[in-house]
Design a protein around this ligand. Structure first.
Ligand code: PMV
Length: 322
């Protein structure tokens, strides 16, 4: 009753921000993302009658804080009558720092747990289980460009892979400006945004237009169109957080300097745009021919402590037993 899986984080170009059902963790808006390939999280899940409790080890350290969410997610995949589980995770990038570590973790977890109980959960069912734990995790079940439809009323989310890496190769340069954990979790920040930002209702009502534009841009492989709408959507999400009470500001000085560097590079002809999630890291999305100069320029921005590069990757999948 043991299995291992790997998943990559995904970066939203049209953001999920806000929940329409907090209990079921259903998103208030649809979103569109790209799944990466060189950043990864592995999960090994073993169920045994011999284990007294669930346990979770992340990069060789026990982590109690995440355990309730992990246990609930295991219940959803393997049933609440399941044996207790030993979960061992390895991750090659900073955790809880706005780099979608929870997306990769829960995507890998549902695939490993399903395989460990010999299940053949279809992708959508597993994506929904991952999404209940972390809204963005559902997208990491799929590779390339992925659209998540928020659904309405009692309906759960649904997912559509829009294009894979072969359809439109792209590189993402991640400028890490701080390795520490974010000050406010995305779940708490979304709640505060919904309750206090005067811009929140406008954020909700304009999302479908942004999504339509981005989907068309992916289909037409129109990089400028995709970049314009992705930056706009990102800045709108952050305007909602800035105008919450008390305000939530995820950026630091280097975040702003990276945004400026991206604009300058674009002015010099590079095919690049930025996006930023619930943390201070800047993700510069570029066409492969521009990636070297983008990585070099962002690496030279004061305050950038590391630059990571990735192409687009595949969805979460089971790893063969060692
Ligand atoms: O899935 P969560 O609860 O970690 O929230 C993700 C929120 C953003 O990363 C900021 C946006 C997104 O769509 O991934």
């Amino acid at each position: 009753m043991q299995a291992q899986a790997v998943a990559q984080p995904n970066i939203a170009l049209i953001k999920y921000w806000g929940k329409r059902d907090v209990q079921r963790n259903l998103p208030a808006v649809s979103s569109l993302s790209v799944t990466l390939d060189t950043l990864w999280t592995t999960m090994s899940v073993e169920f045994s009658a011999a284990f007294p409790d669930d346990s979770l080890t992340l990069n060789k350290e026990p982590v109690a804080k995440l355990l309730p969410r992990v246990s609930a997610c295991l219940d959803r995949v393997a049933g609440s009558e399941r044996h207790r589980a030993r979960v061992i995770s390895e991750c090659n990038f900073p955790i809880a720092a706005g780099l979608a570590s929870s997306a990769a973790s829960f995507a890998a977890l549902v695939v490993a747990a399903d395989a460990a109980v010999g299940g053949e959960g279809d992708r959508l069912t597993l994506a929904r289980a991952a999404g209940h734990a972390s809204g963005s995790a559902a997208r990491s079940l799929f590779g390339g460009f992925v659209e998540l439809d928020a659904g309405v009323g009692d309906n759960d989310i649904s997912l559509s892979p829009l294009a894979d890496a072969e359809h439109w190769p792209m590189e993402v340069v991640v400028a890490i400006t701080e390795r520490g954990k974010k000050p406010v979790s995305s779940g708490d920040a979304m709640q505060r945004s919904a309750e206090t930002s005067p811009f929140y209702s406008r954020w909700l009502s304009d999302q479908s237009v942004d999504l339509d534009t981005a989907r068309d841009a992916v289909k037409q492989r129109d990089f400028d169109k995709l970049g314009e709408i992705a930056e706009h959507n990102c800045l709108k999400m952050h305007s909602v957080t800035w105008t919450s009470r008390p305000p939530i500001v995820y950026w630091n000085t280097a975040t702003v300097a990276c945004m400026q560097a991206v604009r300058e590079l674009r002015g010099q002809g590079a095919a690049v745009f930025f996006t930023i999630d619930a943390g201070p890291q800047v993700k510069a999305v570029c066409l492969p021919e521009s990636a070297d100069r983008v990585a070099e320029a962002l690496g030279n921005v004061p305050g950038v402590v590391q630059v990571m590069r990735s192409g687009l990757g595949r969805g979460a999948r089971r790893l063969a037993a060692a």
